[in-house]
Design a protein around this ligand. Structure first.
Ligand code: ZN
Length: 172
C-alpha cells in the first residue's frame, strides 16, 4: 500500500474519488492531500440522482483533522454535472457539507469540543478564528433547532422565575 492508497483508505474514499498525491512540509507543518477522479468519472445529479459525466470543475480546499501536530488540508477539483433534466449542479462531496471550508470530521471535532468549552477556547487549540468556529456551531445548532419538536411541551420553567416563586413559598 503506497501513501496515496493509505490516505485513501484512512479517508474512507469511495470511487470515483481517489487520492492523486500528497505533499508534506515539515517547515510549514502541514499536509496537503489532493483528491481527484479519473477522466470520464460519473456522479449522481444532486436533484434526480441520474449519473452524469462531469461538466466542469472548481478547485476547492477544506481544513481536515490534524495529521499528528501538523495541519491537514484536502484539495479537490469538485465537479458540476449537466443533467439533461435538471440543468447544471455542483456535486456534493462526501467529506464536507456544501460551502464549508472544513471537512465533516473537523466540524465534528469542533462540535464535540464546543459541548463543554466556550467557542473562543475551542478556536485556540484548533488554530482557527473564532468567527469561523461560530459559523460551524451556528450551522449545527440551527439544524438541530429546526428538527426539534416542541409540540408535546405543556410546561416551561425559567430559573429566575422559579427563584422568585421560592421566595413566596412558605418556609417549611
Ligand atoms: Zn438531474
Amino acid at each position: 500500500m503506497n501513501e496515496n492508497e493509505l490516505f485513501q483508505a484512512a479517508l474512507g474514499l469511495l470511487p470515483p474519488w481517489l487520492v492523486s498525491r500528497c505533499t508534506f512540509s515539515e517547515s510549514a507543518a502541514r499536509l496537503d492531500i489532493h483528491l481527484d477522479f479519473p477522466r470520464g468519472g460519473v456522479f449522481p445529479c444532486p436533484v434526480c440522482a441520474v449519473f452524469c459525466k462531469a461538466y466542469d470543475t472548481d478547485e476547492l480546499t477544506w481544513r481536515h483533522l490534524n495529521f499528528f501536530q501538523h495541519q491537514a488540508f484536502l484539495h479537490a477539483r469538485t465537479p458540476r454535472v449537466q443533467c439533461s433534466r435538471c440543468g447544471v449542479h455542483r456535486v456534493p462531496v462526501p467529506w464536507a457539507r456544501p460551502d464549508s471550508g472544513f471537512t465533516l470530521l473537523f466540524e465534528a471535532l469542533v462540535m464535540m469540543l464546543a459541548k463543554s468549552t466556550p467557542v473562543l477556547a475551542v478556536a485556540r487549540p484548533v488554530n482557527e478564528h473564532d468567527t469561523l468556529v461560530w459559523r460551524i456551531v451556528t450551522h449545527y445548532v440551527d439544524a438541530a433547532r429546526a428538527k426539534a419538536d416542541h409540540s408535546t411541551v405543556t410546561q416551561v420553567g425559567v430559573d429566575e422565575t422559579s427563584i422568585q416563586e421560592d421566595r413566596h413559598r412558605p418556609r417549611a
